[in-house]
Structure formats: structure tokens, C-alpha cells
Design a protein around this ligand. Structure first.
Ligand code: RIB
Length: 307
């Protein structure tokens, strides 16, 4: 089987992860247990996950010309990802995410740094790479104009475009119309649609995005699993796999990469959501956003054990 080709356009961050017993109140200082400096960023996490699944993966992005930037590039290389499409920017620091891990959950604050320099010209310069992709995978930690340019170029070449709308922000209608698969979580769906999705109108919210031009919508629901609209507009639910959760950072990134991989190898949307939920379940059993990303063999073994 040929390796599917996935191009990710997105962020790279150094994750500064603090483990603590609880999160502090505003204005309070507490003592943490451990601190870690590990590679992260939604774009890089999704690229690493896609590469570990076996995709030929490229990441278009930007880092600073600094120590963190070099470490992030090295980590991509260690995962078999070509880093020629990651720009090194002078005079601006690499993106940083401050992550607090407490009570098996996380709080994240991102400072864009060089990610803000990932420009329209950068994606235009790499048009031939986008033209060779089976799937183009996007998120929102780089400028929205860059995301739009990547989606436009990808559609010009009839590529499948997946947008993970995280961190959440309102999206221009033109962008929605360029997206084949949108993958919000519950709160992102709420922000995108203005509909309170906690109150049982998940389907209404997802349909409202479809009416705005998004081809397919998959909503991730954390421990409740995921939901997607099938071809006839019926909502289908997939429960989450019960696994021991070590660190949920990057769970959404694992899901998106799994979905991209499965769609790139021409699985149906239902099969792709099932595959993605297994990738994500395995990812949260290990510490670190990228560290837990599973290989395709691990996903297949997990399927045999579970079914
Ligand atoms: O999705 C998880 C990622 O969000 C972290 O790795 C962090 O860098 C932030 O971008």
C-alpha cells in the first residue's frame, strides 16, 4: 500500500508542563510537583501523530531561531518529518504553551511567538507540496489569513481539507465553504454556532454549520466519545474507549491526525471516526502531547483487543 500523503499547516510550541495537585485560584501561588519542557503545538502534534501512523507527512510552520526552535525541529526529524517547510525566524521566539496538569485535566495558555509569522507567502511558496497531498490538515494557532490561503490552495488542487477549529474563534463564511471536514469539540461548536450545545441541540448546531457550507462535521465529546452527521444528515454517536488516562493533552490532535490518515486511505467517514477515536484513546494513556501518539500497529492491535 502506498503511504498516504498528509500536509499539516500549523503551529509548533515548546510545552512547559507543570504538574500540580490542583489549579491555583486567581492571585494565589501554589507549589507544583514537576516541570517538563516537551514538544507540542497543535500543528506539530498532528504532524507527529500522522507520521507515526505511517503517513508521509510535511508540516508548514514557523519557529524562532532559538534553542526551543532547534529542539522542536529535532523532534520532528526524529519522527521522520521533513522540516524543510518549517521556517526559522530571526528575532522572535518560538511559540510557547504553558500547560497546567491537575486532577487529570489541563489548562493551557499559548503565546504564539514565531507561529504568528507563518504567512500566506509561506503556504504559497509550498503550493507544490500541498498539490501532492491526499489530505491537508489545519488548525487555528497560526494567522487566520494563512489558514484561509492554505485551504484555498488545497481546494484549487481538489484536496480534502480538514479544519480542527482550535483554539476556538469565529470563522469567516468563505473559510467554512472551503472545508470538507470540520472537527470542533463541544465548546468550539458552541462558539462557532452560537447554540448552547450542552442542552441537547448538538445536531441542530452541527446542521447549522452544514448549512453554512461545511461538507462534513465531526464533534469530539471528550469522555462521551464523538458524533458525526452521516450522508442523510442523521447524527451518529460513537462512545469513547475506556482507558486509563495519564495525560489528555493532545487528545484532539491525535483524533484529527487519525481522521486525516483514515480519510487519506479512503475509509468512510464512520470508519475514519472509529479509527480516530482509537488513536486518541491510545494517546491519552501516555504523558506528553506527542509522546503518546501511537503507531498504526498499536492502533490495529488495540482494535483486536477491544472488538
Ligand atoms: O492540543 C494540545 C496543544 O495545544 C499543546 O501541545 C499546546 O502546545 C497547545 O498548542
Amino acid at each position: 500500500m502506498n503511504r498516504p500523503n498528509i500536509v499539516v499547516v500549523g503551529s509548533l510550541n515548546m510545552d512547559i508542563v507543570i504538574e500540580a495537585a490542583r489549579s491555583p485560584q486567581m492571585g494565589e501561588t501554589i507549589m507544583g510537583k514537576l516541570a517538563h519542557f516537551i514538544p507540542g503545538g497543535k500543528g506539530a502534534n498532528q504532524a507527529v501523530a500522522a507520521a507515526r501512523l505511517g503517513a508521509d507527512t510535511k508540516l508548514i510552520g514557523a519557529v524562532g531561531n532559538d534553542g526551543f526552535g532547534f529542539q522542536l525541529l529535532q523532534s520532528l526529524k526524529n519522527n521522520g518529518i521533513d522540516t524543510n517547510t518549517v521556517k526559522q525566524v530571526d528575532g522572535i521566539s518560538t511559540g510557547i504553551a504553558s500547560i497546567l496538569l491537575a486532577n487529570r485535566d489541563n489548562q493551557i495558555v499559548v503565546v504564539s511567538g514565531a507561529n504568528a509569522e507563518c504567512s500566506v507567502q509561506d503556504v504559497e511558496r509550498h503550493e507544490t507540496i500541498i498539490a501532492q497531498a491526499d489530505v491537508v490538515l489545519l488548525q487555528l494557532e497560526i494567522p487566520i489569513e494563512t489558514v484561509m490561503a492554505a485551504a484555498r490552495i488545497a481546494k484549487c488542487h481538489s484536496k480534502l481539507v480538514i479544519l480542527n477549529p482550535a483554539p476556538a474563534c469565529k470563522l469567516p463564511k468563505e473559510l467554512l465553504q472551503l472545508i470538507d471536514v470540520l472537527t470542533p469539540n463541544r465548546s468550539e461548536l458552541q462558539l462557532l454556532t452560537g447554540l448552547a450545545t450542552q442542552e441537547g441541540n448538538l445536531k441542530e448546531a452541527m446542521l447549522s454549520l452544514k448549512l453554512q457550507g461545511v461538507e462534513r462535521i465531526v464533534t469530539t465529546l471528550g469522555s462521551e466519545g464523538s458524533a458525526f452527521l452521516d450522508e442523510v444528515g442523521k447524527i451518529q454517536f460513537l462512545p469513547a474507549h475506556r482507558v486509563p488516562v495519564m495525560d489528555s493533552t493532545g487528545a484532539g490532535d491525535a483524533f484529527n491526525a487519525g481522521l486525516a490518515y483514515a480519510l487519506a486511505v479512503k475509509k468512510s467517514l464512520a470508519e475514519a471516526v472509529d479509527f480516530a477515536s482509537r488513536v486518541s484513546a491510545l494517546a491519552v494513556t501516555k504523558f506528553g502531547a506527542q509522546n503518546g501518539m501511537p503507531t498504526r500497529d498499536e492502533v490495529e492491535k488495540f482494535k483486536v483487543e477491544r472488538d
